[in-house]
Design a protein around this ligand. Sequence first.
Ligand code: C2E
Ligand code: CA
Ligand code: CA
Ligand code: CA
Length: 275
Amino acid sequence: AKADGRGTYRFFETGMDARAQARRLLEMDLRAALQRDEFEAYYQPIRDVASGRVVAFEALLRWNHPQRGLIAPIDFIPLAEETGLILQLGEFVLRSACTDAATWPDDVDLAVNLSPVQFKNPNLIASVTAALAVSGLDARRLELEITESVLLQNSEATLTTLHELRAMGVRISLDDFGTGYSSLSYLRSFPFDKIKIDRSFVSELATREDSMAIIRAVTGLGRSLGIVTTAEGVENDVQLELLRREGCTQAQGYLFSKPRPASDVAMMLNRPRLL
Ligand code: C2E
Ligand code: CA
Ligand code: CA
Ligand code: CA
């Protein structure tokens, strides 16, 4: 029994150790990957619902791991945020995406996701300014996507940053709308150009009356406040038709295309649908 007890204790200890070690390994791997240039921005088209035109692409980060293949952000962004590496990663995405977007037709905009850690960083404005200058991208073609969690923190500083970005000509989108603390007062207190309606509402659009009601309310709100509404995760024509009926401005999702490498942008611009 004594041996058993000790064995169990050791096992538990080793378990904790293994987890911490896996984290350290991933962190080292992340640092090395930054050096080795293993990160790449993929792009997903956003279409105007009424005309069907591609109005923007959202940059979505991918990690081309030499052994593990293509890794999605969910598997490394949280650790990158905890360790602060997200600042370098975010810098990379911003620069490479602005550089790519500068080669697109100039009526096609670029949307880039900002982590709350990046948003709080005092270097944000300088970093955005530099990315625009180096790439030559017009600030009016850049949209930065932030989530509601950013708005919970120090609202004075948040408001100042948002106003500075908008003074530069950059637009601000409220991402994943409806998933967080979603207070309607945010829409009044902070200057947003766009609301992105979370995928969870869109996926239940045809089957749940309440999802339909929420979409109707948000698009109506957008219309009366002069804020563009974008539906995320549009996967079929039924959803698209319902969104059109509600007057949602833009749609994004697998129905049009999955996120793809920069080399596929021309193809995504030319073909209405792509799997
Ligand atoms: P997000 O900003 O909400 O991005 C949309 C996510 O939904 C993307 O996942 C996209 O591939 C996926 N998606 C798009 N259309 C559909 C659809 O029709 N059906 C389904 N099921 N999914 C769809 P992805 O690329 O895995 O990114 C996940 C999250 O990681 C993003 O959510 C964003 O929060 C974060 N992320 C991605 N790239 C960056 C980045 O460069 N910086 C930061 N800070 N976060 C990023
Ligand atoms: Ca986003
Ligand atoms: Ca989103
Ligand atoms: Ca999301």
